[in-house]
Design a protein around this ligand. Structure first.
Ligand SMILES: [Zn+2]
Length: 274
């Protein structure tokens, strides 16, 4: 039941995410005007705007002019709904689940805008850094870099303070270090290896989940991006450019990391420290 209701909430939210994906990169408002068919300009009626169902009933075409509607719309709605159901089944209804749902939706938007437009909107990345830091005192992050810093300073602060420090430190370090790497790469090669959007996105992931989990996401995302790049060159004989943009890989890695990072990091510590 929890999962079913969450699935429905996810469908409705997914519908709004589609609006964000389409309008934010173009710098348009997500509140008004109402959605229109991009070809004939017909305002889309509420009954033709029901998540998932309308796309199926209309067979992916505009009711008036039969222009094709991108399958991205139902895909985003379904993916968001499925993730909400999974999160609710995993952790029930809790503040932590609400945070995971919010983050999953933000990753879906970033995945799509980076894929379609090579843009990672500041509304999500910079907004997400602020939001992640603001939530951290209320939803304590796992032990991470801040705990090591406090240990070295022989300090023993309250849990909310450790969590806030971990979140803020993560945002600063990921933002700062990745920005420097990007700058050095740019000076050496003369091309942009890492966009500023990717840097802000990594800082946002660190602000939401802390340094160890952000490192895991960065590692998994880079590995996936590199293997896909090699596969594209070797198998399809095409240029690197045909691989997905990096932000999409980060988004795809960040969602499963929410569920499994604790186990993976614990296994890693166990394995490296014997
Ligand atoms: Zn139309």
């Amino acid at each position: 039941m929890t999962a079913a209701i969450s699935f429905l909430c996810g469908l409705l939210t997914g519908s709004f995410l589609n609006v964000c994906i389409r309008r934010w990169p173009a710098g348009e408002s997500v509140i008004s005007p109402r959605s229109r068919c991009p070809r004939c300009g017909q305002t889309i009626a509420w009954f033709d705007n029901v998540p998932l169902l309308s796309y199926l009933l209309l067979r992916g075409r505009c009711r008036r002019c039969a222009a094709r509607i991108s399958p991205r719309y139902p895909l985003v709605e379904f993916t968001n709904a499925a993730l909400y159901a999974l999160i609710a089944a995993h952790g029930g209804w809790s503040l932590e689940s609400a945070k995971m749902m919010l983050f999953a939706s933000m990753m879906i938007v970033l995945f799509c805008t980076d894929l379609a437009e090579r843009i990672l909107p500041d509304e999500i990345t910079v907004g997400g850094i602020v939001l992640g830091i603001a939530l951290s005192p209320f939803l304590p992050l796992d032990a991470g870099l801040a705990d090591i810093v406090f240990l070295l300073m022989s300090k023993d602060p309250a849990p909310w303070m450790r969590s806030l420090a971990e979140s803020a430190l993560g945002a600063v370090i990921f933002g700062g270090v990745l920005f420097l790497i990007g700058e050095i790469y740019f000076r050496l090669r003369g091309i942009d290896g890492l966009g500023l959007g990717d840097v802000k996105m990594a800082a946002m992931i660190a602000a939401f989940w802390g340094v160890p989990q952000a490192l895991l996401v960065l590692f998994a995302g880079s590995l996936a991006a590199a293997s896909a790049g090699v596969a594209v060159v070797l198998i399809a004989g095409k240029d690197w450019k045909y691989a997905l943009p990096f932000g999409s890989y980060l988004a795809a890695a960040a969602v499963p990391a929410m569920f499994r990072s604790r186990e993976i990091l614990a296994w890693y510590w166990h394995w490296t420290t014997g």
